[in-house]
Design a protein around this ligand. Structure first.
Ligand code: GN1
Ligand code: MG
Length: 346
């Protein structure tokens, strides 16, 4: 989006000073995010992807409830909530599109890749603190922004449907991968086993614990987590699992040289220690004892989601070439296999 495409109403609704520049902030596969620099201040401006989030008002309500909770009980906690318009709206609709404006927190930055295991520690501490502080928040008041988002059985079923409806060429290209999917079905059974335990508790989870969702200061210390669109009731393995999926390996889900995929012991230790910094007193002993399985659950789930999207002609994740989702799924299976081999995790 260039300056010209910025809805003119935005400036009026938020009473923005003169805009100097608009910069596209890439990274995510879902929303469109921009940095707006005005003569006075900087902002983060976001257009919500309503294909993925069909009810943006629900997310807005979640954000307002959480902001109120933090304001009432943990006023020192930095919760980056959207800015209200002059009509006190924290989300605006213009011609069927939904937008939000956030403050840009001065002196912070985000990294799209981890630069050290210490950053993994800092990030894990931030995600742990977020859920830990919300331990007394009434979890059922939090809306579900995407139903069955981290539900592995559901994701497996979606993949099966996609397989049944896929064309022959796609099935052929994914045959070897499909065998691995079936061979690892035990992870779905383990997931079902976990969520039906009484001591596996529904908590407010962030559900997108990638490193670029952590604000860091100049010394690369964690300052806050951001991007609460998928913040909803969930289970202990969601954020830990996404951190293991995206922090343990030196290369991302986009890497097609699969020989570069490995899991790093010092990063595992950093995530584990960082997460338990605040969550140790919150998690049940069952959850703590099974925390290391989080990586497998979420990595397998992500592989299923990429494979499903490949079979459905890349409708969900942004793709630069037709086989990208298949490559992402293969990448995630390499990672899963590396995790399963690591004795330091289990
Ligand atoms: C999507 O776009 P991003 O990075 O915030 C997805 C996550 C996936 C991730 C994989 C709402 O997140 O669940 O793990 O892509 N978010 C949604 O890169 O589907
Ligand atoms: Mg996101």
């Amino acid at each position: 989006m260039s300056t010209i495409e910025l809805p003119i109403q935005i400036q009026l609704l938020y009473q923005l000073p003169e805009i100097k520049s608009i910069e596209v902030l890439s990274g995510g596969l879902i929303n469109y995010t921009y940095k707006i620099t005005t003569v006075e201040q900087e902002y983060i401006f976001q257009k919500i992807n309503t294909n993925v989030f069909p009810q943006p008002e629900k997310i807005d309500e979640n954000l307002r409830l959480l902001a109120q909770f933090f304001h009432d009980y943990f006023p020192q906690y930095l919760f980056v909530a959207p800015i209200a318009t002059i009509q006190q709206k924290t989300i605006i609709e213009i011609e069927g599109n939904y937008y939000r404006l956030f403050p840009f927190i001065k002196g912070t930055h985000t990294n799209s890749i981890l630069l050290s295991s210490n950053e993994a520690y800092e990030a894990a501490k931030q995600f742990g603190q977020f859920t830990a502080l919300l331990a007394t928040f009434p979890v059922n008041k939090c809306h579900v922004s995407i139903p069955f988002f981290h539900h592995l059985s559901f994701r497996y079923w979606q993949m099966q449907l996609a397989w049944q409806n896929a064309n022959t060429a796609k099935k052929k290209a994914a045959t070897a991968l499909m065998q691995k999917v079936v061979d690892n079905y035990k992870i779905v059974q383990q997931f079902n086993d976990f969520i039906h335990k009484n001591n596996c508790i529904q908590r407010v989870m962030h559900h997108d614990a990638k490193i670029s969702n952590v604000l860091l200061n100049e010394r690369n210390e964690g300052v806050a987590v951001i991007d609460f669109d998928t913040t909803m009731p969930g289970y202990f393995f969601s954020d830990m699992g996404d951190m293991m999926r995206t922090y343990l390996c030196p290369v991302s889900e986009e890497e097609t040289d699969f020989s570069l995929i490995e899991v790093r012991k010092e990063y595992w230790q950093a995530i584990y220690e960082g997460y338990l910094e605040h969550m140790d007193v919150v998690l049940t002993s069952f959850e703590k004892e099974h925390l290391m399985y989080s990586g497998q659950i979420i990595t397998y789930m992500q592989a299923l989601r990429f494979l499903t999207d490949y079979l459905q002609n890349n409708q969900y994740y942004a793709c630069a070439y037709p086989e990208q989702n298949l490559n992402r799924a293969i990448n995630q299976f390499h990672l899963l296999e590396k995790m399963q081999l690591q004795s330091f995790i289990f």
